[in-house]
Design a protein around this ligand. Structure first.
Ligand SMILES: Cc1cc2nc3c(=O)[nH]c(=O)nc-3n(C[C@H](O)[C@H](O)[C@H](O)COP(=O)(O)OP(=O)(O)OC[C@H]3O[C@@H](n4cnc5c(N)ncnc54)[C@H](O)[C@@H]3O)c2cc1C
Length: 408
């Protein structure tokens, strides 16, 4: 049974990529940190399984890369997409200036478990699973902690700094009353998996046809499939019937026809709603939001996890020493936002361009789509594929670990 009140230096609400990375880095630097995760484990519906070259580079900087790569994963070195009957070779990661020239596809729970095991090596790391941050505690115009709920009851956590890492439906940002700028997303996503067999292509790829799009991620023994539908369109898809849904999958990827029976009904298909938004202000005295809680990312390019982790590294670099010395000011919280705003805005801008110029027209047309001429340049001039690879693989202004390791 937790005591009615607990005191820490930094309380992190949310044990996703942002929260676990920040918790690990702060504890590694000797800052007393308490991470709250409302679920019992890291296992849940799909929320992105991509570990980008920039994150793998951080693992290298932390001396953890070899151990990390022992976890089961598949490697994506190139990305391609089919628009109508034309295949576009979009990104080639093999020239990146990093130790790993690929995206690792790894179940996110393995990645988060790994960070949790690494965090627990440090006495300053305190992870509470099945514990939800429900309210902020404010005194004299400053956030001084959170109220938390666990199966053992409710308790308060007092902290010098609270960091909201609780994702795109963030309770923390809502309780803080932060304004949210909604940038809109024209699509939702239906997820399902289907077995991968010998003779299937090895590539991770996307395919666009009139009114539909599907992305297939190679997960070694299965395909993780993302079927993109217009925003709020799930009832229309269901109204056409399940056999019609399976037919459209077979149309997009004919080689799946012999195993479509594995997807037995709507229960095997999960709806994930897409949001793209950002906070004009990520902080107030005693409180900072990072990751999706500060800027929900579209799944386009699969970069949200990467950005969340980069935010965590920047926050740890800027805040670890002041947290240890008990002198975190709002100017420092603002410095975190200032450092991460440009990279986040550039990527959100690119995602919106793709949403509005490519996805929306494709989802709204009955005519077989043709690729924009600009996309053909990637086929004609292969070195151009290094540009999307850099943006997706490293992002803009990649962060590096600057925090020292305190003795475990
Ligand atoms: C359909 C879809 C597909 C995507 N695919 C990819 C992809 O392939 N690659 C990619 O990089 N990005 C992808 N993204 C984006 C990516 O999921 C997010 O950008 C990323 O997970 C953000 O990380 P985070 O740590 O900020 O938040 P989250 O991953 O959302 O983690 C938040 C955590 O906080 C916990 N939590 C929530 N509320 C509370 C609370 N009150 N108290 C305690 N804990 C709480 C949650 O359980 C969760 O564990 C996708 C997004 C969508 C919608």
């Amino acid at each position: 049974m937790p005591s009615a009140s607990l005191t820490t230096t930094c309380c992190i609400a949310g044990g996703g990529p942002a929260g676990m990375m920040l918790g690990f880095l702060l504890a590694r630097a000797g800052v007393k940190v308490t991470v709250l995760e409302k679920h019992a484990d890291f296992l849940r519906d799909f929320r992105g399984d991509t570990i980008h070259p920039s994150t793998l580079e951080l693992m290298h900087e932390l001396g953890l890369l070899d151990e990390f790569l022992k976890l089961p994963h598949s490697r994506v070195e190139r990305l391609s997409g089919q628009i109508g009957d034309t295949t576009i070779h979009l990104a080639d990661f093999t020239h990146l200036p990093t130790h790993c020239k690929f995206i690792a596809l790894m179940p996110q729970w393995d990645f988060l478990d790994f960070l949790s095991v690494q965090g627990k090596r440090y006495p300053a790391f305190d992870l509470h699973m099945r514990t939800e941050a429900t309210e902020l505690i404010e005194e004299g115009g400053r956030v001084v902690g959170v109220k938390a709920k666990s199966p053992d009851g409710e308790f308060d956590i007092r902290a010098d700094l609270v960091v909201g890492c609780d994702g795109r439906h963030s309770t923390v940002r809502e309780r803080a009353g932060f304004a949210v700028e909604n940038l809109g997303a024209p699509m939702d996503i239906l997820w399902f998996r289907i077995s991968r067999r010998e003779g299937d292509t090895a590539e991770t790829f996307g395919h666009m046809e009139a009114g539909m799009m599907m992305v297939m991620l190679n997960r070694n023994d299965y395909w993780q499939c993302a079927y993109v539908i217009p925003k709020g369109g799930i009832d229309r898809v269901k109204a056409k019937g399940f056999p019609a849904f399976l037919d459209s999958i077979a149309f997009m990827s004919p080689f799946l026809r012999d195993r479509l029976g594995e997807v037995k009904g709507w229960d095997d298909v999960k709806l994930l709603t897409v949001a793209v938004d950002r906070l004009p202000r990520w902080h107030k005295p005693g409180l900072l939001c990072i990751g999706d809680a500060a800027h929900a990312m579209s799944p386009i390019g699969g970069v949200g996890i990467n950005l969340a982790i980069q935010d965590a590294v920047a926050a740890a670099n800027i805040l670890a020493a002041p947290l240890k010395q008990g002198r975190v000011t709002e100017a420092l919280l603002d410095a975190v936002q200032a450092r991460r705003t440009m990279p986040m805005r550039v990527i959100q801008w690119l995602q919106l361009q793709i949403q509005n110029r490519v996805l929306s027209p494709v989802l709204g047309t009955a005519k077989r789509p043709k690729p924009p001429v600009a996309a053909m340049f990637f086929n004609w001039f292969p070195p151009l594929r290094r540009i999307p690879a850099r943006l997706i693989g490293l992002g803009v202004r990649p962060e590096h670990v600057r925090t020292p390791e305190a003795r475990p």
